[in-house]
Design a binder for this molecule. Structure first.
Ligand code: ATP
Length: 946
C-alpha cells in the first residue's frame, strides 16, 4: 500500500506508477474512479486513492461525492447549468430514496428534512458546512436555504402558501443584506464572509418553513479601518460609492471619484457591488428608504472619518490637530454622523480618565497614534453596532412566533481553518472555533462510535484517530491556557511586551504537546499544533486586541448624536452600560474578545449537541479560483485538515445508525406483521445465519421478546428486496444489538423504513377497505329502507286514489241510472202519448195479421242486432243494410214490395233503442231527441220501418 500511495521515496518512479495502476485495477475492479459516488468505496481507502477519485470526478464535472456520513463538495468555480434548478430540487424531494440519486447538497437537505419529519429524537437537525475561505460554504448554505424555500412550503391553501412564500423571500433576502455588510473581497475569495453565522430555519408541525433566526459570530470589524494589501473593505462601502444617485451623492458628500483611505482598490469591479440588490432586499426586510438613507449616510460619515489624519503635537500637553486637508473631512464626518465638529474632535483627541474614590475626571491629550486608534475605535464601534442592529432587524422580520414552530434545521456557515505567515487574535479565534467543531465531528462520528461499540460489547477493530483534546486544552483549558493567560494580561492591565507574553505562555504551558516555538522567528510568537497543522501566532498586539478597549467618552459622544439611527444604536439610558463601556473601565469585570467568543461558541456547541448533525466539507480545488484545475497538494492539505480519511474508514466499516432498544421497538414493532403467523420466533424457517446477532447481555427483559420478534422479521424484509437465493448476501449482519442500543448500517435503516412504509400502507389499505365495506353496507341498508318506504307510500296513495275513484264511480253510476230511468220514463210517456194518437187515427189496427205477429216476434227477438247493423257506419252500404234488416226481421223474400224499409241517414244515426209496440209498430229512440224522432216515426203504414 505504501507503493500504491506513492510514499516509497526510494523506488523508481515509473515502476512505482505502473505497479500502482496494476494494484489499483486489482483492488478497484472495473469501476472507473469517477463513477464512484462514495469515497468509502475506493479500495484501499487512503488519501491517495481518495484524492485520485475526487480528481477524476472533478474533471468529469461531478462536484459532489459522499464520504460515508459526510458530503464532499468541490467548488466548480463556474456556474453549472441545471445543478441547482428548482426542478432538480423537487426531484430530490420527491425521490423515494434520495440517497440513491447522485450525491448532491440536496441529498443532505432532503435527508435532514426527512429526519425532522420522522420525529425520531433528536428531531432538530444541523448541517455544518465547513471548509477554508473560498471553498464554497456560503454558496452551499445559500443553496440549502433555497432548497428548503422550495420544498418546505405549504401547498394547503393559496393564502398560507403566499405567507410561506413571503417568509421564504425574506429569509432569502437576508443573504444579500448580510453579505453586503459582512462580506468583503479578500485575497482568497472575492466574496469572503467576514463573520460566522448559524441560521436556524424554523419548521412548524407540518414541516413547513415558517421563519428563521440568524446568529452571527465574530465579525471582523477591524476591516472597516484596516485592510490587508490587495484586499477590500466590506462590500457596502463600495456599493454606496458606486451606486448612489446624484442626489444621494450630494447628501452623503460622496462626489464621484472621491478617494477614501478606508476604501482601497475601488477600481476592482465585482458582481457583489450591486447597490440596487441590497436596497431592494433591505426594503423587503422592512427597512424603509429613509432608514436606508440614514444607514448609508452614517457609512459615508465613516468614510470621511477615515480621511481624518492628525498632525503630531509639538507640546505633549496640547492636543494634536487634524492636518489641513483633513479639516474638511472632520466637518463632513461630523455633519454626516450628526455630531458637533468640535465635540467630535475633542473626544478623539483628548482622553478622559476617572481616578480616585470620587471618580475624579482628568483630561489628557492623546499622542497622534492614540488619536488614530480612537478614531478607528469610533468607526469600528459604529459599524459593529450597525451590523448587530441589522441582524436584529433581519431577525425580527424573519423570526417566527415561538409557538408557531416546533423543530428547526440549523445551517452553520463558519470560517474555515486559517493559517497565514503572520497570525493574530482573529486567526486564534477562528482556529479555536474550528478545533471545537472538529472535536464535535470527531466526538460524533469517531470517538462516540468507537466508545459506544466498546460499551455495547460489539466486536470492533479500533481505528486510531487524531484526538484534538490536548490542543483544545492548550487554547481554552482551565486553569491555565492561552486564552486564560491573554485574559489575565487584560485583567491586570499591566504594561507587558510581546516578548514577555511569549515567555509567559511558553513557561506556563510548557507541558502541552501542542505548543511549539519557532526559534528562528524574529518576532515574538508561539506555535499551536492544530489538528489541521501548526500555526504561528504573533504575540504583539494580542492583548490589546483582546481587550478591544472602547473609551467610554466615545460612547458618550455617540449618545449625543443628532442622527436618529445613531441615537437608536447608542441609547442615552445611563443604566444601559454596554459591554464595551464596561470593558473600558479599569475596575469593571473584563469582558474580553476571547471570553465573549468562547461564551458564544459554547452556546453554539450546546445547540449542535442537541441536534443530529450532518456535515458538508467544502473543498477548494485550487487557490486561484480557476475552472477545471485540480491541485493535488492543496486538496490533500484540506482533506487532512478536515479529518476526512478517518471518517471514510470508520464510516465504511461501522454502523452509523444507532437507536435505543425502546425507540427501535416502538418504531419497528409493526414490522412483525410482515411475518407469516406460522413461523414465529425460534421456529422461523429462515436460517439463523440470516439473522442478526443477539447480545446475551441485553437487560431490558420486557423489550427482549419484542426486539427478538422484530429482528426475526428481517429475513422477510430482505426477502422482499432480494430473491431467496441471495438472501445470505443481502444480509451480511447489518444489524447488531448492543446492551442498550441497536446498531445498523444506512442500508439497513433504509430497509427497515421501507418495510415500515409497506406495513403502514397495508394498514391504510385495510382501514380503507373496512371503511368502504362499512359505508357500502350502510348505503345498502339505507337503499332498502328507502324502497320499503316508497312502496308503502305508493300503495297507500294508490289505495286512496282507488277509493276516491270508486266513490266517484258509484256516484256517477247512481246518477246515470237515475238519469236513464228518468229519461226512459220521459220517453215512455211521450211515446205513449203519440201511440195513443196513432191508434186513434188508424181504425182496425187492433187486429193483427199473422205476418204482423211474426214481424213483431222477430223484432222483439232480433232487435238488438238490427239496431247495431242499422247504426253501423262502416262497411255496409244502404242496400246491404236493408238486406240485413230483412234478415233480422225474417221478412218473406218473395214480396219485398209489401214492405218499405227506410234507413235513416248515417249522420242522423243515433238510435238508442227500439221498442216493439203492442199495436204492431216499432218505436225507435233517438240519441239526440227521442221526443222529436218519436214525432216522425214510425210511418203510418204498419209495415214500414224507420
Ligand atoms: N457550487 C458552486 N457552483 C458555482 N460556483 C461556486 C460554487 N461554490 C462556490 N462557488 C464560487 O466560489 C466562490 C466562493 O464561494 P463562497 O463565497 O461560498 O466561499 P466560502 O467558503 O463561503 O468563503 P469564505 O469563508 O471566505 O466566506 C463563490 O463566489 C462562487 O463564485
Amino acid at each position: 500500500l505504501f507503493q500504491v500511495n506513492g510514499h516509497n521515496p526510494g523506488s523508481d518512479g515509473q515502476a512505482r506508477e505502473s505497479l500502482r495502476e496494476d494494484l489499483q485495477k486489482f483492488l478497484g475492479g472495473e469501476v472507473l474512479l469517477h463513477q464512484l459516488d462514495d469515497l468509502t468505496k475506493v479500495n484501499p481507502v487512503t488519501l491517495e486513492t481518495v484524492l485520485r477519485c475526487l480528481q477524476a470526478r472533478y474533471m468529469a464535472d461531478t462536484f459532489y461525492t459522499n464520504a460515508g456520513c459526510t458530503l464532499v463538495a468541490l467548488n466548480p468555480f463556474k456556474p453549472v447549468l441545471h445543478l441547482y434548478s428548482p426542478e432538480l430540487m423537487r426531484e430530490y424531494h420527491a425521490a423515494p430514496q434520495p440517497q440513491k440519486l447522485k450525491p448532491h447538497v440536496f441529498t443532505v437537505g432532503e435527508q435532514t428534512y426527512r429526519n425532522v419529519k420522522s420525529l425520531i429524537e433528536p428531531v432538530n437537525q444541523s448541517i455544518v458546512v465547513s471548509g477554508e475561505s473560498g471553498a464554497g460554504k456560503t454558496w452551499t448554505s445559500r443553496c440549502l436555504m433555497k432548497f428548503y424555500a422550495v420544498v418546505a412550503t405549504s401547498p394547503a391553501s393559496w393564502e398560507s402558501h403566499k405567507i410561506a412564500e413571503r417568509i421564504e423571500q425574506r429569509i432569502l433576502n437576508s443573504n444579500p443584506v448580510m453579505e453586503a455588510f459582512g462580506n468583503a473581497c479578500t485575497l482568497r475569495n472575492n466574496n469572503s464572509s467576514r463573520f460566522g453565522k448559524f441560521i436556524q430555519l424554523q419548521l412548524n408541525r407540518t414541516q413547513q418553513m415558517v421563519g428563521a433566526a440568524v446568529q452571527t459570530y465574530l465579525l471582523e470589524k477591524t476591516r472597516v479601518v484596516c485592510q490587508a494589501f490587495s484586499e477590500r473593505n466590506f462590500h457596502i462601502f463600495y456599493q454606496i460609492c458606486k451606486g448612489a444617485s446624484e442626489d444621494e451623492r450630494l447628501q452623503w458628500h460622496l462626489p464621484e471619484g472621491a478617494a477614501f483611505s478606508w476604501l482601497p482598490n475601488p477600481e476592482k469591479s465585482l458582481e457583489e457591488d450591486c447597490f440596487e440588490v441590497t436596497r431592494e432586499a433591505m426594503l423587503h426586510l422592512g427597512i424603509d428608504t429613509p432608514t436606508q438613507n440614514n444607514i448609508f449616510k452614517v457609512l459615508a460619515g465613516l468614510l470621511h472619518l477615515g480621511n481624518i489624519q492628525f498632525a503630531p503635537s509639538e507640546d505633549e500637553a496640547q492636543p494634536c490637530q487634524p492636518m489641513d486637508d483633513a479639516k474638511c473631512s472632520v466637518r463632513m464626518a461630523a455633519s454626516l454622523l450628526g455630531l458637533q465638529e468640535d465635540v467630535l474632535l475633542k473626544t478623539v483627541l483628548i482622553r478622559t480618565i476617572r481616578a480616585g474614590r470620587q471618580q475624579q475626571v482628568f483630561r489628557k491629550p492623546c499622542p497622534r497614534a492614540e488619536c488614530d486608534t480612537r478614531r478607528d475605535c469610533l468607526a469600528k464601534l459604529i459599524y459593529a453596532r450597525l451590523f448587530d442592529w441589522l441582524v436584529s432587524v433581519i431577525n425580527s422580520s424573519i423570526c417566527a412566533d415561538t409557538n408557531s414552530w416546533t423543530a428547526f434545521i440549523g445551517l452553520l456557515d463558519v470560517y474555515g481553518f486559517e493559517s497565514f505567515p503572520d497570525n493574530s487574535l482573529e486567526q486564534l479565534c477562528i482556529n479555536y472555533a474550528n478545533e471545537k467543531l472538529q472535536q464535535h465531528f470527531v466526538a460524533h462520528y469517531l470517538r462516540a462510535q468507537q466508545e459506544e461499540y466498546a460499551a455495547e460489547d460489539l466486536e470492533w477493530s479500533f481505528i486510531s484517530y487524531q484526538d484534538n483534546q490536548p490542543c483544545l486544552d492548550l487554547i481554552e483549558g482551565s486553569p491555565i491556557s492561552i486564552c486564560s493567560l491573554i485574559n489575565e494580561e487584560c485583567r491586570l492591565n499591566r504594561p507587558s511586551s510581546a516578548a514577555q507574553l511569549q515567555t509567559r505562555i511558553e513557561t506556563a504551558l510548557a507541558g502541552s504537546p501542542c505548543l511549539g516555538h519557532n526559534k528562528l522567528s524574529r518576532e515574538p510568537s508561539f506555535i499551536v499544533v492544530h489538528y489541521a497543522g501548526p500555526v504561528r501566532y504573533l504575540t504583539g498586539g494580542l492583548v490589546e486586541k483582546n481587550k478591544d478597549p472602547i473609551p467610554p467618552e466615545l460612547t458618550g459622544l455617540l449618545q449625543q448624536s443628532q442622527d436618529p439611527l445613531l441615537l437608536g444604536l447608542f441609547p442615552t439610558n445611563p443604566k444601559e452600560k454596554t459591554q464595551e463601556e464596561l470593558s473600558g473601565q479599569s475596575r469593571a469585570p473584563v469582558l474580553t474578545v476571547v471570553s465573549k467568543f468562547k461564551a458564544s461558541l459554547e452556546q453554539l456547541l450546546h445547540v449542535l449537541h442537541s441536534t443530529t448533525p450532518h456535515y458538508i466539507r467544502c473543498i477548494k480545488p485550487n487557490s486561484q479560483g480557476q475552472v477545471q484545475t485540480f491541485v493535488q497538494e492543496e486538496v490533500l492539505s484540506q482533506l487532512e485538515a478536515c479529518g476526512l480519511v478517518e471518517t471514510i474508514h470508520i464510516s465504511a466499516a461501522g454502523f452509523p445508525i444507532r437507536v435505543s432498544h425502546q425507540n427501535f421497538v416502538e418504531r419497528y414493532k409493526l414490522l412483525r406483521r410482515l411475518r407469516p403467523h406460522t413461523s414465529s420466533g425460534p421456529h422461523s424457517p429462515y436460517p439463523a445465519k440470516g439473522l442478526p446477532e443477539w447480545c446475551p447481555h441485553a437487560k431490558e427483559a420486557t423489550l427482549e421478546p419484542l426486539l427478538q420478534d422484530i429482528l426475526h422479521t428481517l429475513p422477510f424484509l430482505t426477502q422482499t428486496k432480494a430473491t431467496p437465493g441471495d438472501l445470505a448476501e443481502a444480509m451480511p449482519t447489518p444489524v447488531h444489538c448492543g446492551r442498550t442500543k441497536v446498531f445498523m448500517t444506512d442500508s439497513m435503516l433504509e430497509l427497515l423504513e421501507c418495510g415500515r412504509a409497506q406495513v403502514l400502507e397495508q394498514c391504510a389499505r385495510c382501514i380503507q377497505s373496512g371503511w368502504r365495506r362499512h359505508r357500502q353496507r350502510k348505503q345498502e341498508r339505507q337503499r332498502r329502507a328507502a324502497v320499503l318506504i316508497q312502496a308503502a307510500i305508493r300503495s297507500w296513495l294508490t289505495r286512496k286514489r282507488i277509493q276516491r275513484l270508486h266513490a266517484a264511480a258509484t256516484v256517477i253510476k247512481r246518477m246515470w241510472q237515475k238519469w236513464r230511468i228518468r229519461m226512459a220514463c220521459l220517453a215512455a210517456e211521450e211515446l205513449d202519448d203519440v201511440e195513443e194518437k196513432h191508434l186513434s187515427q188508424a181504425p182496425g189496427s187492433l187486429s193483427t195479421s199473422p205476418l204482423q205477429t211474426r214481424l213483431l216476434e222477430a223484432v222483439i227477438r232480433l232487435w238488438p242486432l238490427g239496431l247495431v247493423l242499422t247504426n253501423t257506419t262502416m262497411g255496409v252500404g244502404s242496400f246491404q243494410r236493408k238486406l240485413v234488416v230483412w234478415a233480422c226481421l225474417q221478412l218473406p223474400r218473395g214480396s219485398p214490395s209489401n214492405y218499405t224499409v227506410q234507413i235513416a241517414q248515417q249522420d242522423q244515426a243515433g238510435v238508442t233503442s227500439i221498442r216493439a209496440m203492442p199495436q204492431g209498430s216499432i218505436k225507435f229512440h233517438c240519441k239526440k231527441s227521442p221526443l222529436r224522432y218519436a214525432d216522425i216515426c214510425p210511418e203510418p203504414s204498419p209495415y214500414s220501418l224507420g
